[in-house]
Design a protein around this ligand. Structure first.
Ligand code: HEM
Length: 237
């Protein structure tokens, strides 16, 4: 009996809307990211100030790459569907880093950037997405739609646990002042993805990159998990 290898390009998911293929195609990976030990600790308020600072330092490099390349590709026929300066997180991250450094009792300028192979790999992958802009879309979707979804829950927990105010330095990363309601914004974002004229092979490449990107986030959480024991706090609950 011959067993046929699954043919990605002919999957029924890839015959439908791109946004559905991206969401459904990465469901398992999303579940893994949601339940990673570091994520769970963060959601339970068990990560202390220096642990969160370590996370932000990694995000600064990732969003630096995402947003530098996003600005370069902003006029690209595919990227133009998702690119929006209202999403840019760079300044918000800088403000938050300053506040969390202060909370750990150090000046941001004196904070030593941690060595992070997981961040290096993530940044390299974003840089490589210029090879075909569909790949960049996968990176854009995975971070920003995540920030507008589950990311909001993290912001609420940090506010409660560390007496921070929504939108102010410390929590600026979770605030999108130009996006009043995430839900309709995400719906419009998905509609723009679905209006792109892409064949199923192209959609397959994008879905694969989304899955790969979830894996890069997972590797980041696993790296942070290794030093989590140094950053434990008792949650207020
Ligand atoms: C903190 C743990 C997380 C929770 C509780 C969470 C929760 C959620 C929820 C409830 C949604 C659905 C929102 C909606 O219906 O519009 C969602 C969507 C999403 N999340 Fe997460 N998430 C988490 C972590 C992550 C991570 C780490 C990533 C990737 C870096 C991510 C990426 C996404 C993406 C791309 C979507 C959009 C799915 C779509 O509608 O196409 N999430 N998340």
């Amino acid at each position: 009996m011959t067993v046929q290898a699954p043919n990605r390009a002919s999957s029924p998911l890839l015959d439908g809307p791109l946004s559905v293929a991206m969401r459904e195609g990465s469901q398992l990976e999303h579940r893994a990211a949601e339940t990673a030990r570091f994520t769970t600790a963060l959601l339970e308020g068990r990560v202390d100030e220096s642990g969160y600072l370590d996370y932000l330092l990694r995000l600064r490099r990732i969003y630096g790459a995402l947003e530098t390349i996003g600005a370069q590709l902003a006029e690209d026929p595919l990227v133009t569907a998702v690119y929006d300066t209202a999403l840019v997180r760079r300044e918000a991250l800088e403000a938050d880093l300053g506040r969390w450094a202060e909370l750990t009792g150090v000046e941001l300028a004196n904070v030593v950037e941690p060595s992070s192979p997981a961040t290096d790999a993530y940044v390299e992958r974003i840089a490589a997405s210029t090879g075909w802009s569909g790949l960049y879309i996968a990176h854009h979707y995975t971070r920003y739609l995540g920030d507008l979804s589950g990311g909001q829950a993290i912001g609420r927990i940090l506010a409660r646990e560390f007496d921070l105010t929504a939108g102010e330095p410390g929590l600026a990363f979770y605030a999108f002042p130009q996006i009043s309601k995430p839900k309709p914004y995400k719906d419009r974002y998905r509609a723009r993805l679905d209006a792109l004229e892409l064949d199923s092979a192209d959609k397959g490449r994008i879905v694969d990159e989304v899955k790969h990107t979830f894996g890069l986030n997972q590797a980041l959480f696993e790296e942070l998990d290794k030093t989590l024991h140094e950053h434990v706090r008792v949650p207020r609950g």
